[in-house]
Design a protein around this ligand. Structure first.
Ligand SMILES: NC(=O)c1ccc[n+]([C@@H]2O[C@H](COP(=O)([O-])OP(=O)(O)OC[C@H]3O[C@@H](n4cnc5c(N)ncnc54)[C@H](O)[C@@H]3O)[C@@H](O)[C@H]2O)c1
Length: 358
């Protein structure tokens, strides 16, 4: 095996998960962290002896042993820090959303192209095992003509959550949609294709917040399909995320990593072989799929520790992209699509008009 890559993480909120993923990797070592709060770094150092701790990002950039940096800062800081890292010779893995505007996201893409280094973006829900199965069904044309999608992120956040940068226009770029639901906006466009228009309402219901804590949109796609998209952080906790797709030959419904519905007009033997589906007709396929994917990633992985999901999957993918000199799973151009849709929702709600995409 070649030399292990040197991994670093800046921002130790969700960045803690990036640290754990880098520590668990056989292909990299977590060698450095950077945060304004030393106690956060010391907690990571307690499980990673010898960890270098930086309070100044510029000092981290000078560390010659750092190959890859996870950028896990408040959303509006992503492009600034990612571009600086790329120009300092470091590969970057950027948390979602890539940044809060497509212009900022474009700067990361330009720096990626100018430096020839790797820039990946986190949208880990794409790699939930049921989402991968749905994507394969779409690729195989099994849903027929896609006519409708219904998506709803019905979550809860208390007021304390909004005391810092969350829910601000300048740092979060929005509220329930830009922060929480951007994952599902990404899944929606990944499944349904390019957006033609967006018509939306937004509101503030239960929080003291400057952006929004609820949005409702009607989305039209270039392929003619329609979707509704709802986001909220006001729903009494314990409610789900609906990801629901309907076509002329198939219907699939899921709550994040839990598959709820898998109904197809026809059985496809090649598809069944490819996915290891033990079935002989559509009814048996439905039963098999709900049993396998109906209890979340853990159930679908069947206890196989080599099947990585969530941040473990995306951090390892980034490390292997650098090691093998290939693109990471999600490039900036792909990640900026959800940011564009989110900002179109806000524009539509603000102007009272439908926003059309070119
Ligand atoms: N993929 C996911 O599921 C997921 C989950 C949560 C958050 N996120 C994203 O991750 C990003 C961070 O969110 P969070 O919830 O971890 O935020 P957070 O506020 O909990 O953590 C941010 C950290 O960055 C540090 N920081 C701020 N400015 C800094 C600077 N100049 N130099 C070094 N450190 C600095 C802060 O001290 C803090 O520890 C956001 O973009 C958010 O959207 C993604």
């Amino acid at each position: 095996m070649g030399k292990k890559l040197g991994y670093a993480v800046v921002g130790l909120g969700v960045g803690k998960g990036h640290c754990d993923a880098a520590i668990a990797s056989e292909n990299a070592d977590l060698i450095a962290v950077c945060d304004l709060i030393p106690e956060k770094m010391e907690k990571i150092a307690a499980k990673q002896p010898g960890l270098r701790m930086y309070t100044e990002f510029d000092e981290l950039l000078k560390d010659p042993d750092v190959d890859i940096i996870s950028i896990c800062l408040p959303s509006a800081m992503h492009a600034d820090f990612a571009v600086r890292a790329l120009h300092a010779g470091k590969h970057v893995l950027v948390e979602k959303p890539i940044d809060i505007t497509t212009d900022a996201a474009q700067k990361i893409e330009e720096a990626r192209l100018a430096t020839g280094l790797k820039a990946g973006v986190i949208h880990q829900n794409r790699f939930n095992l049921d989402m991968q199965a749905i994507r394969k069904a779409l690729d195989a044309g099994r849903l027929g003509t896609l006519t409708l999608g219904t998506f709803a992120v019905k979550w809860f956040r208390n007021q304390d959550y909004y005391e810092g940068w969350h829910g601000t226009w300048d740092m979060d770029g929005g509220g329930s949609l830009m922060n929480q639901a951007v994952h599902t906006v990404d899944i929606m466009q990944w499944f349904m294709g390019d957006v033609e228009s967006v018509t939306s309402h937004t509101g503030i219901y239960t929080h003291d917040i400057e952006t929004e804590d609820a949005t409702v949109s009607i989305i039209k796609f270039k392929n003619g399909a329609l979707a509704t998209f709802v986001s909220s952080t006001n729903c009494y906790p314990g409610i789900c995320t609906d990801i629901q797709l309907y076509g002329t030959n198939g219907s699939v419904e899921a709550d994040q990593d839990v598959l709820k519905t898998w109904k197809f007009k026809d059985f496809d033997e090649d598809f069944a072989d490819e996915l290891g589906i033990d079935a002989f007709d559509a009814a048996e396929e439905e039963e098999f799929m709900l049993k396998k994917y109906g209890s979340g990633n853990g159930g679908a992985a069947g206890g196989d520790p080599t099947i990585l999901v969530g941040h473990r999957y995306m951090v390892e993918d980034m490390i292997l992209a650098v090691r093998d000199d290939r693109d990471p799973a999600i490039l900036p151009t792909e990640a900026m699509k959800s940011v564009r849709i989110v900002n179109a929702v806000y524009e539509s709600a603000r102007t009272g008009k439908t926003v059309y995409f070119e």
